[in-house]
Design a protein around this ligand. Structure first.
Ligand code: PLP
Ligand code: SF4
Length: 346
């Protein structure tokens, strides 16, 4: 029994199989990359708190036997997360606001389960807990996803809220990663959102096309095109090494769909904290038809203090970018300040 599956079904199963096949065991990660066993204890300990997850596609872009690889650093659980100061550079005391579970004030902005109405004209839906990779600096790593499922059991409540608030023109699907939902589900949700007359734009914040290009290559993306809503996709790429041929191939699947493609990055120590790195990223993004949107100052979430780049350093980096790049390739350097009605430019 091998032939009866229609190509589409076979295709959509493909990315879901790859998603399910992500690496979750620190031992396997270290073995595949030929990394020293000395990393294991810290990895196991930190993965206990926030599990390791990385796709094989993303892993393939990492350098073998390099513990400082900028892609590896984004996903490898380290002892530093537990607050043990092993890194010489990290000796200075973290600021007192470090170590919060909800640094951006998600809980206070929740207008209905999983629906954050903090900014004028737009709402953000924390769509699903699932991500294809677990970024160690993620500011939603402590989010109570179970209680807040705005596109699942709570969908009627979400739609009612959106219908009643005629000032909302844009819905942002964020995460978790909204593209980890099936295309069928996304098609239903998009169709329902499109029935609300005052909604104009659907924005999708996703990392899946980057870390699992099969999501686009074998997905059924008609729902992106079929909708009357403006479609904006904001990708999340931090380092030029994330952009490889497989990702470029995947982007071809979006050609002709009339989607605005943007990117957001997080400024991360030891990963992309240099002008050269971010200049190269902007240039590679442009080649892919993606414009840089935001460069985020790291949110002070518990477990991520070792990734922080001082704001003065961030200024220096962005200033260098401004001198060497056209304005449209310089991302807006911003910080999310709890309680503010927009991201704060730095
Ligand atoms: C970042 C963010 C948005 C979107 O902000 P833009 O400046 O429009 O990109 C919306 N809602 C919340 C809660 C956010 O954190
Ligand atoms: S929500 Fe985004 S930043 Fe957080 S783990 Fe998922 S992909 Fe990474």
């Amino acid at each position: 029994m091998i032939t009866k599956i229609a190509p589409a079904v076979q295709g959509s199963a493909h990315w879901q199989r790859e998603l399910a096949d992500a690496i979750r065991e620190p031992t396997e990660l270290l073995r595949l990359l030929q990394l020293p066993d000395s990393l294991l204890e810290g990895a196991l300990c930190s993965a206990d708190r926030f599990p390791l997850r990385v796709t094989r596609s993303f892993l393939a872009r990492m350098e073998q036997a390099n513990p400082d690889d900028p892609l590896l650093r984004q996903v490898l659980p380290l002892a530093e997360e537990m607050g043990t100061e092993r890194d010489e550079q990290n000796r200075s005391d973290p600021p007192p606001s470090w170590g919060q579970f909800d640094p951006v004030g998600d809980q206070d902005a929740m207008a209905s389960p999983g629906l954050l109405h903090k900014y004028q004209g737009r709402v953000l839906l924390v769509s699903t807990a699932a991500c294809a990779i677990h970024c160690r600096y993620c500011f939603r790593q402590h989010f109570p996803y179970q209680q807040a499922n705005p596109l699942g059991t709570q969908l009627p409540t979400t739609l009612a809220y959106l219908s009643q608030h005629t000032g909302i023109h844009e819905v942002i699907l964020s995460g978790g990663d909204p593209l980890s939902l099936s295309d069928q589900r996304l098609a239903q949700i998009t169709a329902q959102l499109a029935t609300i007359p005052h909604l104009k734009t659907l924005r999708i914040h996703t990392r899946l096309p980057v870390v699992l290009p099969q999501r686009l290559l074998s997905g059924q993306l008609d729902w992106l095109q079929a909708s009357r809503l403006n479609m904006v996709m904001v990708l999340h790429i931090n380092h030029p090494n994330e952009i490889n041929d497989e990702f470029r191939q995947a982007l071809l699947a979006l050609q002709g769909l009339n989607i605005t493609l943007l990117n957001q990055s997080v400024l991360l120590r030891g990963i992309n904290d240099s002008p050269d790195c971010l200049i190269e990223l902007s240039q590679k993004l442009l080649e892919c038809g993606i414009l840089p949107y935001y460069l985020h100052q790291l949110d002070q979430v518990s477990g991520a203090a070792h990734f922080e780049v001082p704001i003065s350093m961030g200024h220096h980096i962005v200033e260098q970018m401004r001198q060497k790049l056209p304005g449209y390739l310089v991302p807006r350097y911003v910080q999310e300040i709890s309680g503010q009605a927009a991201k704060t430019p730095l």
